[in-house]
Ligand binder design. Structure first.
Ligand code: ADP
Length: 321
């Protein structure tokens, strides 16, 4: 079982020959409203990949709020802990030009009002195996979620290790159960305080984020630098696959599945959601990474974000090829 503590946005996408300059008005070709936000995308990816998922986040009391809630619900995501706060929902205002270039304005709205988990939300997190985090909420809220998730199980309990098999759940939010494994996608990239990384089990940056965080461009060396701060790291390398390293010395390069990419939007979110599912099932790193790479490869062959995420059956069929 997975919990996601993260962002949810309505993406407002205008398609136009060339983006307008300052003071200019242009006529666009098409417009689409697409539910997004890294948190919601990862939640939907994990639900489609076959796990029960609880989403914790916030929408506004505007017209987008109910639509965003319904999108998550329709994907099978539990939304009992989705907050509704006064004011607008988060939006991303996106202009896509005919050359495929884009410019994006994100207005955090309700996401910007998120605070650390409430008692009830923490109890929900305690019932899950994996907590998925990103950086589209206020940093204090993300830090609180990561740190409080680690206090479940008493703090000094043995960390859950990949390959250890399913572990007992902390039922009904009772403290003293097994710890929740915390996976962080550090996007958008920003300096990461030790307070946050100290509560993260697996960091999953793409190569640009890994370089921005460490100041080291070479992914292998960035991995080494990150392993000084987090026990396990996965750096995704787009069509070149993903690198994995752990502090106990394991290193893997998992190639991407060769496919014809149509739209790589949310490839990383699909990868993270599927990785969380595989970890929650206790799969060892090589298997978990192959599962995530298969899910992401399926998603890049279709347009859109949540609309492109594969089902469990599709992932398993690709892995069986
Ligand atoms: P992000 O979307 O965060 O920038 P990446 O571009 O690194 O992340 O992609 C995440 C994962 O998605 C990769 O590790 C890979 O498994 C898969 N992927 C991305 N692009 C392709 C592609 N063109 N073909 C196959 N798989 C891809």
């Amino acid at each position: 079982m997975i919990s996601v503590f993260g962002s949810v946005n309505m993406d407002l996408v205008a398609y136009v020959a060339a983006a307008p300059g300052r003071g200019e008005t242009v006529t666009g070709r098409a417009f689409r409203m697409i539910p997004g936000g890294k948190g919601a995308n990862q939640a939907i990816a994990a639900a489609r990949a076959g796990a029960p998922v609880t989403f914790i986040g916030a929408v506004g009391d505007d017209a987008f709020g109910p639509r965003l809630r319904e999108t998550l619900l329709a994907a099978g995501v539990e939304v009992g802990h989705l907050r509704t706060v006064p004011g607008p929902s988060g939006i991303a205002h996106i202009v896509v030009d005919d050359e495929g270039g884009n410019s994006i304005i994100v207005v955090p709205g309700a996401n910007g009002q998120m605070t650390g988990p409430t008692e009830a939300e923490l109890a929900a997190i305690a019932r899950t195996d994996v907590l998925l985090l990103q950086l589209e909420l206020p940093l204090e809220a993300v830090v609180a979620a990561a740190r409080e998730a680690k206090t479940i199980g008493g703090g000094d309990a043995e960390p859950y290790t990949v390959g250890a098999g399913p572990r007992p759940h902390a039922r009904d939010g009772a403290r003293g159960g097994s710890p929740v494994s915390v996976i962080l996608t550090p996007a958008p990239a920003r300096p990461l305080p030790d307070e946050l990384l100290g509560a993260v089990d697996v960091l999953v940056p793409n190569e640009h984020e890994a370089a921005a965080i460490t100041g080291v461009a070479d992914p292998e060396r960035a991995l080494d630098a990150l392993l000084e701060r987090v026990p396990e790291v996965v750096i995704t390398l787009g069509a070149r696959g993903a690198l994995y390293g752990s502090r106990d010395g394991e290193r893997l390069h998992v190639p991407a599945v060769e496919v014809k990419a149509v739209d790589t939007t949310a490839a990383g979110d699909t990868f993270a959601g599927a990785l969380a599912v595989a970890r929650a099932e206790g799969r060892p790193p090589a298997q978990a990474l192959r599962f995530a790479a298969a899910a992401a490869a399926l998603s890049v062959q279709r347009e859109g974000a949540s609309t492109s995420m594969p089902s469990r059956a599709e992932i398993e069929a690709l892995l069986a090829e």
